[in-house]
Design a protein around this ligand. Structure first.
Ligand SMILES: [Ca+2]
Ligand SMILES: [Ca+2]
Length: 699
């Protein structure tokens, strides 16, 4: 302390910053005082704070004089005072000079201002603490400005910790999130006085997707009423572009409400369905508003400030709004409906980006694909009794392949063993294939139903009792037995067509043919279980002749002159009595007797037989044979044959040997030349054909 005259002695040392401790010390002459006490030697001041001049008075002999004040910094430069205040930016301190004159002498006093920096640096950010980052994505550590009175050049260091408190490594100012929860970025800055300032900045890491980046004007949907402008802008966007919508004067009588539609984009460029929207825990949108306003859903609005706003709606709120009015979400370019309360003329909103935020325990769906990359179908088809190869499947979650296991169960829930990835389909009620994909996030199962197709058809067994009909006489359609899968018997539907293909009426199981030729009986049966149908065809031959033997019973072949078996057969278009040679060796000749009966069951006399113009015997032979009467045979080829004898041939044979026909029911003596072991002949029908004049008489 310098002085012209000794005025002050150091009797007080500055204690706490900015506080004046006072002591009156001095001698005769002008005395400088503050609050009635002597000036202190030093006064403390906080660096960067405003220094407020103490109220100093100059007194001599009980009289006060005006005090002039000047302040010198550490380089002895005069400091400008404003309202007796100055900002203490010189860390090396100041000197306060108080001067007073009583007209005779001029005195001055000096007080040193000791400037100290006790305040720690503070921090400012452009970003708002608490912003949401998407799990797995890179976060740029927000830039911060260190504020401290000591310097404009202080820089901060920082550390990043995840929600579990683990330190996260940062490279080039960026780190990648790997767990959900709050990441804490702790900034630290130290001023030259050693004051340490710290500040935590929170980045909230969520499982989330960007629903809309508002890169172009079309990324904002319909806006209700007049819009002065809708355009993509780069300012004040914080993330790529933003869409600015400026509202025109309200035109509607219903006030200033505006509805603004925000589409939710899916990853593939499409739009999210309402079901997909509901997978979120909430929706967050970053909106800049030119004015304070209120924005919300159809059920409520909340205030927003002028400037940037983080608008968040919980899924409960969104669902409640949807339930009031399902038009609140539309899976197209309009999307999500926001309601703005005040459409102030000229006011505008800037939409920057919108996030769909999932709950922390949300696990994204696995994508199941067939080997060829196509989607896994919900249903596959397999043929009953066929071998079914279970398709190999791969599963992806967030693009990463997952481990897949598969399990097949039948309709009862019993696991089916696979052999080389395949099994035989035996359960008509189907199977379920469960594909389970697993990764560190968990397991997910996709079910594929295997629908079993039963291609089996009902089996129709026609129980033919004869396939020869007579013109003008009712013919009973052979019955059929239909066997379906469960073994239950069904009745087949029957339709009959004549030789020209015209439908013939069937009544009481019978039809009456009106001309010679083939009548076709079609049996149709449907399986009630599968709907599968099947048809069987039965050909009825219609003749003008008289049926003498339909060969319905083995006794209808009255005698066989060789070792044989006889049975009724109804197969392969042949219906009659089959006589098979059981002899060990071939016989050169064999004989068979065939009885002839009228419609009353009486055996025909030779006289009756003599009335025929000819007789026809319908047979099937297993190999080439010679067939005939005692006076000669004719050769017939293997297969179906009609063996005919004229009245003249019959009479010649009878005259040669009357035993060739026996009226007692033994019947006609029929010769077979060369019967080999196992050879057989099926007798189907025996018909007598009258001459034309007798036929006319009969009718
Ligand atoms: Ca400081
Ligand atoms: Ca944007």
């Amino acid at each position: 302390m310098k002085r012209k005259k000794l005025l002050l002695a150091a009797c007080f040392s500055a204690a706490a910053a900015g506080i004046l401790g006072l002591a009156a010390c001095g001698e005769d002459g002008i005395v400088f005082q503050v609050d009635g006490a002597a000036l202190p030697e030093t006064i403390g001041a906080e660096l960067g704070d405003l220094f407020i001049m103490p109220k100093v008075v100059a007194v001599k002999d009980g009289k006060e004089f005006e005090v002039e004040i000047s302040v010198l910094d550490s380089r002895n430069q005069e400091v400008e005072l404003i309202n007796k205040k100055f900002r203490a930016t010189d860390a090396d301190g100041y000197t306060l000079v108080f001067t007073a004159t009583d007209g005779e002498e001029s005195d001055s006093a000096r007080v040193s201002v000791l400037v100290t920096d006790t305040k720690a640096p503070t921090f400012s950010f452009k970003e708002v603490s608490g912003f949401v980052s998407i799990l797995g994505e890179e976060v740029t550590v927000p830039e911060c400005t260190v504020i401290d009175a000591s310097s404009d050049d202080l820089t901060a260091t920082y550390t990043v910790k995840d929600s579990a408190g683990n330190e996260v490594s940062v490279e080039n100012g960026k780190f990648t999130t790997s767990v959900t929860g709050d990441y804490t970025i702790t900034y630290t800055a130290t001023d030259p006085s050693g004051n340490i300032g710290t500040k935590d900045f929170i980045v909230s890491c969520k499982k989330a997707v960007v629903l809309n980046g508002f890169e172009e004007a079309a990324d904002l949907g319909w806006v209700q009423f007049d819009v002065a402008a809708k355009e993509a802008v780069s300012e004040p966007a914080r993330n790529g572009n933003a869409v600015r919508v400026e509202l025109a004067d309200p035109q509607s009588s219903d006030g200033n409400w505006r509805r603004i539609c925000v589409p939710f984009r899916a990853e593939n460029g499409g739009f999210l369905s309402w079901e997909e929207v509901q997978e979120f825990e909430g929706i967050q949108c970053y909106i800049y508003s030119s004015d304070a306003n209120e924005i919300g859903l159809t059920t409520f609005v909340r205030p927003i400030e002028a400037g940037w706003n983080t608008v968040y709606y919980t899924m409960e709120e969104i669902v409640a709004a949807y339930n009031v009015d399902p038009s609140q979400y539309s899976p197209d370019e309009n999307g999500f409906f926001l309601n703005l309360k005040f459409a102030l003329p000229g006011s505008y909103l800037v939409f920057d980006y919108m996030l769909g935020i999932y709950a922390d325990d949300y696990v994204p769906d696995a994508e199941f694909l067939l080997e060829d990359g196509s989607d896994l179908p919900e249903e596959l088809r397999a043929e009953l009794n066929g071998s079914f190869a279970v398709p190999q499947v791969k599963a992806l979650r967030d693009g990463d392949e997952m481990q897949v296991t598969m399990k097949v169960t039948d309709s009862e829930g019993t696991e089916v063993a696979l052999s080389d990835g395949a099994f035989v389909i035996s359960d008509p009620d189907g199977y379920t294939i469960a594909y389970t994909a697993t990764d560190e996030q968990g397991s997910q199962t996709a079910l594929v139903q295997v629908v079993v197709i039963d291609t089996r058809v009902p089996q129709i067994d026609v129980r033919a009792t004869g396939n020869l009909a007579v013109v003008g006489e009712a013919f009973r359609v052979p019955e059929s037995v239909v066997t379906i899968i469960t073994g239950e018997n069904l009745t087949a539907e029957v339709s009959v067509t004549d030789p020209d293909g015209n439908t013939v009426e069937v009544k009481d199981g019978m039809f009456t043919p009106e001309k010679e030729g083939e009548y076709t009986v079609v049996y149709t049966a449907f399986s009630p279980e599968t709907g599968n149908s099947n048809e069987a065809e039965f050909i009825v031959y219609c003749t003008e002749g008289k049926i003498l033997n339909s060969f319905l019973e083995t006794t209808d072949v009255s005698y066989v002159g060789y070792d044989h078996s006889a049975e009724r057969v109804s197969a392969d278009g042949v219906y009659g009595i089959k006589v098979t040679s059981t002899a060990a060796e071939a016989k050169q000749w064999a004989t068979v007797y065939l009885p002839l009966k009228d419609s009353d069951g009486n055996f025909l006399t030779w006289e009756d037989v003599s009335e025929f113009e000819r007789v026809d015997i319908y047979v099937f032979i297993s190999e080439n044979m010679g067939l005939g009467l005692c006076n000669g045979v004719k050769d017939y080829a293997q297969g179906k044959a009609v063996v005919s004898f004229t009245a003249t041939e019959l009479a010649a044979a009878y005259q040669a040997d009357p035993t060739q026909y026996r009226e007692d029911g033994t019947g006609f003596y029929f010769n077979i030349r060369q019967v080999n072991p196992g050879a057989y002949i099926v007798f189907e029908n025996f018909v007598g054909v009258y001459p034309e004049d007798i036929l006319r008489k009969c009718r």
